[in-house]
Design a protein. Structure first.
Ligand SMILES: Cc1cc2nc3c(=O)[nH]c(=O)nc-3n(C[C@H](O)[C@H](O)[C@H](O)COP(=O)(O)OP(=O)(O)OC[C@H]3O[C@@H](n4cnc5c(N)ncnc54)[C@H](O)[C@@H]3O)c2cc1C
Length: 661
């Protein structure tokens, strides 16, 4: 088959998932092409101009630790940085940054252009080209095998392999792996009041051809919804009426490689809805597509529309809003907390009813968008589809919501597509190692019937999965697969050595003098003193600067960033000391979990023949085909009893197979 061009890896869609996937595959030595509808809108922030926040900040740190780019780009264009939850335990400390949207796109294009093996192309992908076992080339419409459950995954997979893509203009591009990251574009439909129009997001066409083509591949699909708030003209807002919320004086960078943050920092502003706002919404909620029945698909529970808030919390007299700047060179303001799909004229009345926004002009109305997504239980832990070899899916297409969740899937799909083509073992992280692993495991084991958002509460061992130790947990993996450059690896090792020495100093060095504020602790080690709840490592800083001055000596590029980096490294050491007992206890639980994860379930395993297993259990397990007992135990509704039955029958079937072969 003559393709007009041939690549190792083709990525479809240059959103937050696609950019990570493309950089990963190219950096690992694969000839990669990134196709997208508009190169000007690469890495467009469809919704809020912010990266990070609770648990999302953890994901960005983990992407960075693996060698990904979202953290670096955010640090380069962030216009406000805040470390959230610092009054609570270190497990929930999480960075968040307002970004200059336009500069985010520019910076991401620079980062993509740095990869010599990466080619970016503007074109609409209309179809995935498959090769079936008889080597006949098929476009997706060629065969229909979807619901034939008797065919095992391997048979199906052996049956078909992705070998390229077809563009809307008819060109066929060859690829040994195809990664689809098309976000909200597949059969996207925008709703604003009674108005609807096909779109991928505001002002951009939907992806209908590819949407239909993916349906013909026999992958189970779903239809989801998300929404966005209106944007206002900042020149028409009376800012004096609002409370400013500035960022941290010493910005905490997302990337472990960031040395300086020099761009101007700006505040956000806090506003509140009024009784009048609630009256306007109550009187028009029947015209909201979510309440009129126009939209039937499910939206993100954790990002409720303002209509939802008014309906679900009728007693609340006001709701907090955040007025967030979309950039340094634009007057556009994002109204966080006012996501809506009410008719335009209702939105105008809603905005005018917010104290301080009486004269504000709306630049863009809020809207909701419905789009096709794929049931993520169709995927392996590498994000390769079970039914089609060489086809990977990442991002919103898998039922998640958020730039960070998308980026996390993108880097894993890119890394694993590359590893497979290089004939190397896949990178499969487990739940005890990373939020990225929890995200993927939840999706492929449980599926999702609403846009999935990451939370720290989804982690069994969140004290282990902190932002400060993401590099210790994941950078060695990034290095193994070829994502971490020598200089960055050397810096990582130097930091680990620095932190290890600080822990040694704290554990061994006895405090000199009269004990200062803690005379009764004179002569104790720093670590013994740190065990006291009222003592923080920051309080011991002066003494530590004398005990281990090299730890505090950093390159003089950016004092503010240095201060934040040193504070985070000290916090990391402090946490290991203060929570040592709890961490050790968790360590034991982690070992137990790892054991069940190691118990793999063979691909040929027959659930239908497991006597004692209910029909419902057999169906659930055959539907997901978990790879390990651990994964089986996380499928909703699968009981521990069912898991131990499967465990017993693995041996029984193995013996039967041995006898029959
Ligand atoms: C209206 C709206 C509201 C949102 N609200 C929220 C929210 O409140 N909270 C939240 O966390 N997230 C929200 N999001 C989601 C967030 O934007 C996404 O989660 C994130 O952008 C997903 O990243 P992605 O890489 O999967 O896809 P996207 O960032 O959507 O990128 C998809 C890319 O694929 C390209 N593409 C699509 N089809 C084709 C094709 N056939 N050929 C070539 N290229 C193609 C597009 O050009 C685009 O570059 C919202 C998104 C939208 C549109």
């Amino acid at each position: 088959m003559a393709f007009s061009e041939q690549f190792d890896v083709v990525v479809v869609g240059a959103g937050h998932a696609g950019c990570e996937a493309a950089v990963a595959a190219a950096r690992m030595g694969l000839k990669t092409a990134l196709f997208t509808l508009s190169v000007e809108l690469i890495a467009q922030m469809s919704c809020n101009p912010a990266v990070g926040g609770i648990a999302k900040g953890h994901l960005v740190r983990e992407i960075d630790a693996l060698g990904g780019v979202m953290g670096e780009v955010t640090d380069a264009v962030g216009i406000q940085f805040r470390l959230l939850n610092t009054s609570r335990g270190p497990a929930v400390w999480s960075p968040r940054a307002q970004c200059d949207k336009a500069q985010y796109r520019v910076k991401m294009r620079e980062v993509l252009a740095r990869e010599p093996l990466l080619t970016v192309k503007e074109a609409e992908v209309a179809d995935v080209l498959l090769e079936s076992s008889d080597c006949s080339l098929q476009s997706s419409g060629g065969e229909r095998q979807a619901e034939d459950r008797s065919l095992k995954t391997e048979d199906l997979r052996r049956a078909r392999r992705a070998v390229g893509i077809k563009l809307r203009d008819g060109r066929e591009i060859g690829a040994r792996a195809v990664i689809i990251t098309t976000g909200t574009f597949l059969n996207g439909l925008i709703h604003c009041g009674e108005q609807t129009h096909p779109a991928g997001r505001s002002g951009e066409p939907p992806s209908q051809l590819l949407g239909e083509a993916l349906k013909l591949l026999g992958l189970r699909g779903t239809r989801l919804k998300t929404g966005t708030p209106p944007r206002l003209d900042g020149r028409t807002i009376d800012w004096s009426r609002f409370t400013a919320q500035p960022g941290d004086a010493e910005p905490t960078p997302f990337s472990f490689r960031t040395k300086t943050i020099k761009q101007r920092q700006v505040p956000c502003y806090i506003a509140f809805t009024s009784e009048e706002t609630h009256r306007v919404i109550r009187e028009n909620v029947h015209r909201s597509p979510m309440y009129s029945g126009q939209i039937k698909s499910i939206g993100p529970r954790y990002c409720p529309s303002i209509e939802d808030k008014i309906v679900k919390f009728p007693d609340k007299t006001t709701h907090q809003l955040f007025l967030e700047p979309e950039g340094l060179n634009t007057d556009e303001v994002y109204v966080n907390g006012m996501s809506t799909s009410l008719p335009v004229e209702v939105q105008l009345a809603m905005i005018a009813s917010v104290p301080g926004l009486e004269t504000a002009k709306m630049l863009r109305p809020g809207y909701a968008i419905e789009y096709d997504a794929i049931d993520p239980t169709e995927l392996e832990r590498t994000l390769e589809t079970k039914k089609i070899a060489g086809l990977y899916l990442a991002g919103q297409i898998n039922g998640t919501s958020g730039y960070e969740e998308a980026g996390a899937q993108g880097i894993m799909a890119g890394i694993n597509a590359a590893l497979k083509l290089k004939g190397e073992a896949p990178l499969v992280l487990d739940r005890t190692e990373a939020y990225i692993a929890i995200l993927i495991d939840d999706l492929i084991s449980k599926g999702t019937n609403e846009p999935y958002r990451m939370f720290t509460s989804r982690a069994e061992f969140r004290l282990h999965l902190r932002i400060d130790n993401a590099d210790r947990r994941l950078t060695p993996h990034g290095r193994r697969v070829g994502m971490i450059a020598d200089a960055d690896w050397a810096e990582f090792q130097a930091k680990q050595e620095r932190v290890r020495r600080m822990a040694a100093v704290l554990g061994k060095a006895k405090r000199t003098g009269d004990g200062g504020r803690w005379p009764e602790a004179a002569g104790q080690t720093f670590a013994q003193l740190l065990k006291r709840p009222e003592v923080s490592i920051e309080l011991l800083r002066r003494e530590l600067e004398r005990a281990y001055p090299e730890f505090f000596a950093r390159p003089a590029e950016d004092a503010a960033v240095n201060a934040a980096v040193i504070r985070n490294e000290l916090k990391s050491v402090e946490t290991e000391i203060k929570y040592a007992g709890y961490l050790a206890q968790q360590e034991r639980a982690i070992e137990r979990l790892k054991k069940s994860e190691q118990r793999t379930i063979p691909e040929w395993f027959e659930y239908a023949t497991v006597s004692g297993l209910s029909r419902e259990m057999k169906e659930k397990l055959a539907h997901v085909r978990p790879r390990t007992l651990g994964q089986a135990s996380r499928i909703p509704g699968v009981t521990p009893a069912a898991v131990s039955l499967v465990n017993v029958f693995i041996e029984i079937q193995r013996k039967r197979l041995a006898i029959s072969s």
